[in-house]
Each structure stands twice: as C-alpha cells, then as structure tokens.
Design a protein around this ligand. Structure first.
Ligand code: G
Ligand code: G
Ligand code: MN
Ligand code: NA
Length: 254
C-alpha cells in the first residue's frame, strides 16, 4: 500500500527509468533492436523491478500514464540515437492490457511518433496473447490500425498463453517472441525443444519473424540459430542496461 501511494508521482519525481536490452540478429550478429524495460528508482528501496510494481500499476490504472511515458521516452531516445549517427534500430515497447483497452491508444501512439519524429518502422509494440483474446474482434481492429501507422507488432511471451491457432492467423502481427521458459532448458528438456521447434515452424509457415527470449548460453544460441530463429535476446548478449551504457555499446558497434 505504501508502494502504491509512492508510485503516484514517481514519474513527476523522475524516479521512473527506462533500461534497454539488445536484440541480436542471429544471422549477422548485429544489434537490430532494443527492448525498453521500465525500472523504478525508489529513494529508499533502490531499483524496484517492474515485476513488483507493474501489477500494482495495472490494478490502479497508473500503468496508463507510466506506459505512455515509457513509450514517449523510448521513441525520443531512438530518434536521438539516429540523429547522433548510430545505425537505425527498432525500439520495442511493452503494452499492458490497460493501455490496450484505452479508446485513444492508436491516437496516442500516432501523436508520440509525430512529436518525436521517429519513423514508425523503428517502433515495435509488444502485446500478449492473454489480453488480445478477451475481445478478439476489437483486438484485430486495433492491431490493424497500429499496423497502418507503419509500426511493427510482436506477440510477447509466446507459448504461455491460450491463443488458438485460428486466432493467431487473424492477428496482423510481424513477430513472435518465444517465451524464455522454453529457451531456458531447450538443450536439456526434449519437451521444451519440441515446443520451441514447433513455434519456429509455426512462425515460418505464417511468415512471421521469430525472436527467442532468455538466451543465456552458447548452447542455447547454437540450437536456436540452427533451427532458423531470426533474433535472440538474453543475458548471453546483455542484461537490460541504463541508457548511458547502451548508448556506449551502440556507438562502439556503429
Ligand atoms: O525487466 P524485467 O524482466 O524485470 O521485467 C519484468 C516484467 O515487466 C516483464 O514481463 C516485462 O514485460 C514487464 N515490463 C517491463 N517494462 C514494462 C513496461 O514498460 N510496460 C509494461 N506493461 N510492462 C513492462
Ligand atoms: O515479459 P517480457 O518478455 O517483456 O520480459 C522481459 C524480462 O525478461 C525483463 O525483465 C528481462 O530482465 C528478462 N530477461 C531478459 N533476458 C533474460 C535472460 O536471459 N534470462 C532471464 N532469466 N531473464 C531475462
Ligand atoms: Mn517483452
Ligand atoms: Na517475454
């Protein structure tokens, strides 16, 4: 409860930060995208994980202004990197169910793109099956409108939700992100390997790009690369890091 009260105003007090984690093209080994991951720099508790405060913010609606702030910050930062001469990459931002329910979501995204001057193809939004499936007809409509802005859409945590394949083929998305629970033991658990193989095959037959999350070892990377995964993300490459650290990494590889 204390945390909840303190979360109100955390944005205004500049306590909310965006960390960035690279996504690597497994064919070229270049950084092709960054996922924006929010953090709360609490004055006494230190760095609070989103796993702790996002559920609170979801429950009381604060996720809407916080999520919008993260989106604006990430788009503005990506534009700033491009202006600084860094090779253009996508910025990927997580959307919460509450944001997706807002009637003005598409307009907010359009406005942020306009305001920051970021070319839409360099923005990706991550959505999850669970909140799309509650009203599939509306979801398809909203996703279509977002696609028409020219941005990319990724289905996050794929394999953990309840999506029927019949729904999946109707979703106008570009990318599937294999949940890290499968990647974690893909080289030791035949069931995880089977699910991972099936998701990759599914993505290919639907002509979707495929990212593996939670890559932590060379063996996992080798497995995913041989199976034809397009992109990888995980501690093997880099943890989520503060903006100054990622800026340095991008400059060194540009
Ligand atoms: O960065 P970390 O692994 O601690 O994130 C934990 C969870 O918080 C993940 O499920 C991630 O998707 C979620 N998360 C991180 N940043 C954001 C954000 O800006 N918005 C939303 N809705 N979720 C986020
Ligand atoms: O739900 P979502 O996929 O957005 O979650 C992203 C979260 O996954 C972030 O909190 C990030 O810290 C975490 N993460 C990223 N890479 C790895 C990894 O290699 N291993 C583990 N355990 N977590 C990771
Ligand atoms: Mn994500
Ligand atoms: Na995920």
């Amino acid at each position: 409860l204390v945390l909840e009260n303190e979360l109100r105003g955390a944005v205004e007090r500049n306590e909310i930060l965006v960390y960035y984690q690279p996504l690597i093209d497994l064919h070229t080994r270049q950084v092709v995208a960054l996922e924006a991951l929010v953090r709360w720099q609490h004055p006494t508790h230190g760095l609070v994980s989103p796993a702790k405060f996002i559920p609170i913010a979801e429950a009381n609606g604060l996720i809407v202004p916080i999520g919008e702030w993260v989106l604006r910050t990430a788009c503005a930062q990506n534009r700033a990197w491009q202006l600084a001469g860094i090779s253009p990459i996508r910025i990927s931002v997580n959307l919460s169910a509450r944001q997706f329910e807002q009637p003005n979501l598409v307009e907010v995204v359009r406005q942020i793109l306009e305001e920051t001057g970021l070319e839409p193809s360099y923005l990706e939004l991550e959505v999850t099956e669970s909140f799309l499936m509650s009203d599939i007809q509306r979801s398809v409509q909203i996703l279509q409108q977002l696609r028409e802005l020219g941005i990319c859409l990724a289905l996050d945590d794929f394999g953990t939700g309840y999506s029927s394949l019949n729904y999946l083929k109707r979703l106008p998305i570009n990318m599937l992100k294999i949940d890290r629970s499968f990647v974690q033991d893909v080289t030791s658990n035949p069931d995880s390997a089977a699910v991972t193989d099936a998701i990759i095959a599914l993505a290919k037959s639907l002509r979707l790009n495929i990212t593996a999350e939670g890559v932590e070892t060379q063996d996992q990377l080798d497995y995913l690369q041989i199976r034809g995964c397009d992109e990888g993300q995980g501690f093997y490459f880099s943890r989520p890091v503060p903006v100054d650290t990622i800026t340095q990494m991008l400059k060194e590889s540009s």
